[in-house]
Design a protein around this ligand. Structure first.
Ligand code: FAD
Ligand code: NAP
Length: 338
């Protein structure tokens, strides 16, 4: 175990922000993590941040504390019954690699979540979701290390309070736990979700006549590659804002005023397309220095090169303000700000 000092985080976040960590350490086992936590340095530093793939964070300043890079590895099927498998993945596994592993073993349920950047350990943090599937649909339990109690605990689904791109780890438990391992319940008989977005059209284009988790994954990969900016080419953290959820009464009033409003039913409420709101305020393709709003995906803020995290944050605030002014709807940031 080695704790490094004054390390650039540029290659550790997909925005490519050149913030620095006062201290930086990575751990490959629980023992290494415990060694770090027991060190005098850790005891003296007030702040510690656990880092996965850095694909859902924006550094607006240098990090005044210890950044811990999670490098725990391992995937295994730990039990099965007539209908399902419990598959366990260490938090440092790359999420998409885990998805491909499951598809290769015919463990069904996460094929629609193909190609989401980041690591397994972050999947419960915002209850990752895409194309009508969320992690909560397959989540069984997780093991996490409590930083203050220095104990490993198991948390079941009910304890995680999963919501739309949300969980207890973004609120009451924020920064309390280091997730070590996540257990998912995956199905032997797949239930296909193809109604969302362009999946059906893509499957048709691919000439698919018989559905399988392999070809759904392939369709999702192709759609994502054609639409989303690749962080390796242009810095970004995916959708910067969540789609706002409003009451049906609010929606009625808005729809009268803005007949082209894009929205979807969401439980007893209505989900608005944040991308449409942002685009309607004229932000799509906007650029200020190296900070910008992507020209094809208004929900995605980008770093064209040397943008400072503060500049991207300031742009996000301008977008929030203008959307509020026009629609009286408050956009919430999805990306974690540091
Ligand atoms: P990081 O960015 O490293 O961390 C995110 C947060 O989780 C931080 O607060 C961090 O401290 C915390 N965290 C990370 N690991 C742990 C751990 N082991 N224990 C405790 N806390 C931890 N998200 C979606 O939901 N759906 C999408 O379709 C989607 N598409 C995306 C597309 C692109 C191009 C990009 C760049 C991002 C996209 N995202 C999407 C956002 C992002 O990929 C996910 O939120 C992902 O789960 C983040 O994983 P990460 O390992 O990079 O987390
Ligand atoms: P898309 O398929 O063009 O859809 C645009 C928006 O409409 C999405 O935000 C989606 O909401 C919503 N939507 C589309 N069909 C819907 C339906 N049948 N029912 C309810 N809502 C529907 O979006 P995209 O940008 O190409 O992304 C595709 C998927 O990947 C989406 O699920 C999106 O959330 C996910 N994604 C997430 C991120 C991220 O960083 N969080 C980044 C890229 C893509 P939802 O967002 O609620 O699904």
């Amino acid at each position: 175990m080695q704790i490094q000092e004054n390390i650039s985080l540029r290659n550790f976040n997909t925005f490519g922000i050149d913030a620095r960590a006062k201290y930086f350490a990575s751990f490959e086992s629980l023992e290494e993590l415990e060694e770090i936590v027991d060190s005098d340095l850790f005891k003296h530093e007030k702040n510690s941040l656990i880092l996965g793939g850095g694909s859902n964070m924006l550094f607006t300043k240098n990090y005044d504390g210890i950044v811990l890079k999670n490098a725990l590895k391992g995937i295994s099927c730990i039990s099965e019954d007539e209908n399902s498998y419990i598959v366990s993945a260490a938090a440092g596994e790359v999420w998409h690699k885990f998805v491909l592993h499951c598809i290769a073993h015919q463990y069904a349920g996460i094929e629609n979540l193909s190609l989401i950047p980041g690591n397994v350990g972050a999947s419960p943090i915002q209850n990752i979701g895409a194309y009508g599937v969320e992690i909560k649909d397959v989540f069984y339990s997780l093991e996490a290390y409590h930083k203050k109690d220095k104990k490993v605990v198991e948390l079941k689904k009910e304890a995680c309070a999963f919501g739309y791109r949300d969980s207890i780890f973004k609120h009451q438990f924020k920064e309390d736990y280091i997730i070590l391992k996540v257990n998912y319940r995956l199905q032997k008989q797949p239930v296909f979700h193809t109604q969302y977005g362009n999946i059906e059209a893509e499957l048709q284009r691919m000439g698919v006549t018989e559905l399988s988790i392999q070809n759904i994954s392939q369709a999702v990969i192709q759609i994502r590659q054609s639409k989303l900016p690749d962080p390796a080419v242009i810095g970004n953290a995916g959708s910067f804002f969540k789609n706002p959820i409003i009451t049906p009464v609010q929606w009625e009033a808005l729809k009268q005023q803005f007949p082209h409003l894009i929205s979807f039913p969401f439980q007893d409420a209505v989900k608005l397309s944040a991308a449409w709101l942002i685009e309607s305020c004229g932000w799509k393709g906007y650029r200020e220095g190296d900070a910008g709003c992507h020209e094809k995906q208004a929900l995605v803020l980008v770093n064209y090169g040397r943008a400072h995290g503060r500049e991207i944050f300031a742009l996000s605030q301008k977008i929030i303000d203008s959307v509020y002014q026009k629609f009286h709807v408050e956009l919430e940031r999805e990306v974690n700000i540091y």
